[in-house]
Design a protein around this ligand. Sequence first.
Ligand code: NAD
Ligand code: IPM
Ligand code: MN
Length: 360
Amino acid sequence: MSKQILVFPGDGIGPEIVAEAVKVLEVANDKYALGFELSYDELGGAAYEKYGTPLADETLERARAADAILLGAVGGPQWDNLDRPLRPEMGLLKIRSQLGLFGNLRPALLYPQLAGASSLKPEIVAGLDILIVRELTGGIYFGSPRELRTLENGERYALDTLPYSESEIRRIAKVGFDMARLRGKKLCSVDKANVLESSRLWRAVVEEVAKDYPDVELSHMYVDNAAMQLVRAPKQFDVVVTDNMFGDILSDEASMLTGSIGMLPSASLDANNKGMYEPCHGSAPDIAGKGIANPLATILSVSMMLRYSFGQLEAADAIERAVGNVLDQGLRTGDIWSEGCQKVGTREMGDAVVAALRNL
Ligand code: NAD
Ligand code: IPM
Ligand code: MN
């Protein structure tokens, strides 16, 4: 039976990087007889332009029916002043929430060829392999009440709310422990339990879940310290589990350890490993349309799709090896370029990965 992949090119650099990832996906589809059928729709600003809303109801239904989703990125300055429900980012949050994609895996893996491209000293990052597990459908992103209004005294006032239920914490903690079990058997739970009630509950529930994982070494760290430790000694981490907002921030920070935000893929999974796959970066309006964006995070997100949603480990590994081979050839987009390497654009990078994958 064929598998349906729904593709959202999105906004800004989204269509440019997705075009390259789709080429790689199609080669993998042929080479490994995966039986994928691709179809396209719009999310974010592009959906607002086409349907008048960042996530149309019919699009959501197509997403529910698909076996997996590939997304570029959404957002851009031209939509920043729309009413909140119409903004591109709301389409993204809605699809995550509606599909129950609570488990967000963001691996920060340093390809050894890029040690010189990291903003940290090579010896600090050599061999880096961290997995950030971010809770994706709860916390301050979704809490209510939420408001922005003018008080009686004429002053503007805004409110967000950071709720977490025990069950939401328990299920993401399990993802963290399960991932740690498959890797280095170390889990660091990051919170702000010295200040926030939600974090106190988070810590207590993570401790309870830990009883089922005696083989995994659990530690806790406050988020401010974690942000510092990530650049001081990042290799102390194996798997990090944290809430929605802390995970958003720490994963962008971790991306620079790998050379660029253009290297960080992600998987957003539901309880049955159905998922949406997208780079961690945004639509990069500053470089959109120039053909210079790094497509590797999106290409590596395709690898994660094959691994997590379809169990196609050989094909998933092959894409990662193809990326490694291209880096061995010295090809670099601008964001990961260093002295002695050949600077290439988005399409050349995609073509090189396609060629390397064919040649494996
Ligand atoms: P961004 O990640 O788009 O860009 C930050 C910086 O990183 C920019 O200088 C950009 O040029 C660079 N960059 C990002 N991806 C790159 C790539 N593949 N290759 C080379 N350089 C790359 O973050 P931002 O500027 O804060 O946000 C821009 C827009 O993207 C906003 O509308 C934001 O809401 C949206 N956004 C969307 C997602 C998503 O769709 N998942 C994620 C983050 C931000
Ligand atoms: C991400 C993005 C999104 C988030 C925005 C665009 C809503 O930054 O995927 O990391 O904050 O989750
Ligand atoms: Mn982010």
